[in-house]
Design a protein around this ligand. Structure first.
Ligand code: ZN
Length: 612
């Protein structure tokens, strides 16, 4: 919507006039509304007249007045009725001033672009036809914009209408020179900063992170990013990114190195936190919006819009963000020009970048493994204690540190359970079998799946000792008497440490390598024995970083679907919730292991030991 202006307002000898009516919605004439609705949408006329035809009494202190004009706030028909009553004015301007560059209205916000004569004629029409429709122009609140480089820098309209030269805001979007766009965007960033400062008052890192990524990050400025050329707001975008990074450093308990910050800027599905960088994604927002509004712009302008002069620099930024140097013209961009597709291309480039620049094998394996489907599900939950989806402050902080590859302790620190020298990144602790923590973590996953199978009416049984005759082997964490094609199935849950010595090299080369190792090991141990008694063996393997094997994910999806059908909720929701619950259980299990194995004061250890 704002794009036509980017193409027109700097035309030689043209002015932009923004019109403002006094109390427009409350004063619009109901008679005119009825007249227009009868003429244009007769099928709706009876209903509208029934709603607005009566003149109910309004009481104000000792006074009683009739409600005779205006539309009701909150009435879904209100905006349409208002627009209908206003429409004849817009049409008359179109007829009598056909050369106006723009005659565009969004309800009571009218925007006209044209020469001095054209604007004066349009203004006369508005002031002639408005009052009988209940629309009185407020000259003092209307605005004339004269571009800074205009060669006619005077105000050709009545002097009560103020003129500006520095730019203006239209429907929340800054229009005008770079300085104005930058200043408007900076104001928005400052508002975000104010909220960011207060976020720690919640004293709940999971809640703070959720609010940050869903409400305060890119969503807060995406409107500005969609409507301003990226090179006009570069400085403000970079201030915004710094604020995000600072807030995140606060959550993670220390400054974020560049690699971790880049990882955090990826969506959760690619191993990040979904806190996208405004600087990097600005060209995707702008070009996506430009392309999407092309048709509407053509309709408003009554001609195909010329390519805006801001497209080329935006395209250069996009080529840089995506690493696609071959995108030198818009025709060469070989993905759909929608914002989501362009942003996806940027995310992929950032992901490839962190894989390529990973400091060592471990970090590369971490990056690959955290992009396996469902690994980041724990970040997408709505933190709710009642639903078991809330992580305590310290738990969440540790998970965040591990996910982003941050140092969790000093080099050479010993594990307080097995006394081995542990790595500083927390890998040893989540694989340490020095006490029953690993079993607890495994059991919490098994129990969540068992309970899902119960809800899905699959009559599950837990740990069936006598499944394989004359053997002590217990391949069934969960036994389903009647699974696919009516065959019984033994489900075995396994958490495999991605970053252990056995798998780290493979995991740094191939995504999901540890899952393959885990599955093969389990199949070798149990598949044949199960087959011999007519039972399907299904290993459910999850990497310590959270990604499930394809086979496991399929089984979980089946549980989710059956649960949804039985409970009467959409299968997609029940499946998502099941994956999220499993993800939270896994990471809560990790957190327990880190907390118990850190060399911290005994009083604190005792406190946490009681908790777990
Ligand atoms: Zn240990």
């Amino acid at each position: 919507m704002t794009n036509p202006f980017l193409q027109c307002i700097d035309l030689e000898g043209k002015w932009t006039l923004l019109l403002d009516f006094s109390n427009a919605f409350n004063s619009i004439s109901r008679e005119k509304m009825f007249e227009e609705v009868r003429a244009r949408i007769p099928s709706m006329a009876a209903w509208l007249e029934c709603c607005y035809g009566a003149q109910p009494l309004l009481h104000l202190g000792e006074h009683t007045i009739l409600s005779r004009c205006g539309v009701q706030q909150g009435d879904p028909l209100g905006p349409l009725s208002f627009a209908l009553a206003l429409h004849p004015i817009v049409e008359r301007i179109n007829r009598e001033v056909p050369d106006l560059q723009i005659n565009a209205w969004y309800l009571d916000d009218g925007t006209l672009v044209g020469t001095a004569d054209e604007l004066n004629t349009a203004l006369r029409i508005v002031e002639e036809d408005g009052p009988s429709r209940g629309l009185r122009l407020n000259r003092g609140k209307s605005l004339l914009y004269i571009p800074e480089d205009a060669t006619f820098p005077f105000n050709p309209l009545p002097p009560e209408i103020p003129a500006v030269r520095s730019g203006f805001d239209l429907l929340g979007s800054p229009i005008g020179p770079r300085r104005h766009c930058e200043a408007t965007m900076l104001k928005r960033v400052e508002k975000v900063q104010e909220i960011l400062e207060r976020l720690p008052d919640l004293q709940d890192t999971q809640m703070e992170t959720t609010i940050l990524r869903s409400c305060l990050a890119l969503p807060k400025v995406s409107f500005a990013l969609r409507s301003c050329p990226p090179h006009h707001i570069r400085n403000a975008s970079s201030v915004f990114d710094s604020s995000m990074r600072e807030a995140l450093s606060e959550f993670a308990g220390g400054p974020l190195p560049p690699w971790s910050w880049q990882k955090a800027s990826l969506p959760a599905a690619l191993g990040g936190l979904g806190i996208r960088s405004a600087t990097i994604h600005a060209p995707a927002c702008y070009i996506g919006s430009l392309d999407q509004s092309r048709e509407l712009v053509a309709r408003i302008l009554r001609r195909t819009p010329a390519t805006t002069r801001h497209l080329d620099p935006a395209l250069q930024d996009l080529a840089k963000s995506t690493g696609r140097e071959d995108w030198t013209s818009i025709e060469e961009v070989d993905v759909p020009l929608r914002q989501c597709n362009l942003s996806k291309a940027i995310d992929q480039a950032v992901f490839d970048g962190i894989c390529a620049t990973a400091p060592d094998t471990r970090f590369r394996a971490l990056a690959l493994s955290s992009s396996i489907p469902h690994a980041g599900d724990w970040l997408n939950v709505i933190p709710s204690s009642a639903l078991g989806l809330h992580l305590l402050d310290r738990e969440f902080r540790l998970c965040l540190q591990y996910w982003l590859g941050l140092r969790m302790m000093e080099e050479g620190t010993r594990c307080s359970v097995c006394q081995a020298v542990a790595d500083p990144f927390g890998d040893h602790q989540i694989g340490c079998g020095g006490n029953g923590d690993r079993i607890h973590r495994h059991d919490s996953l098994r129990d969540a799946l068992y309970s899902a199978a119960q809800s899905a009416a699959l009559a599950p049984r837990r740990e069936v000792p006598s499944l394989i005759p004359e053997s002590r082997s217990r391949p069934a964490d969960i036994f389903l008497p009647n699974w696919k094609r009516g065959q019984p199935a033994a489900l075995d849950v396994t958490v495999i440490s991605t970053l252990q010595q056995l798998t780290i090299a493979g995991a740094s080369a191939t995504k999901g390598h540890a899952l393959v190792v885990g599955e093969e090991r389990k199949m070798k141990a149990h598949a044949e024995a199960c087959r011999s008694v007519g039972v399907s063996f299904i290993p459910l393997v999850v990497e310590s970083i959270g990604g499930w094997s394809e086979r496991a994910a399929d089984t979980i999806k089946s549980f989710g679907r059956l649960m949804g059908q039985r409970l009467g909720i959409p299968s997609a929701d029940s499946t998502t919730h099941l994956f999220q619950r499993l993800s939270i259980n896994l990471w809560r299990g990790h957190a327990a292991m880190w907390i118990r194995r850190f060399p911290i004061k005994s009083a604190v250890v005792d406190e946490w030991s009681n908790y777990y």
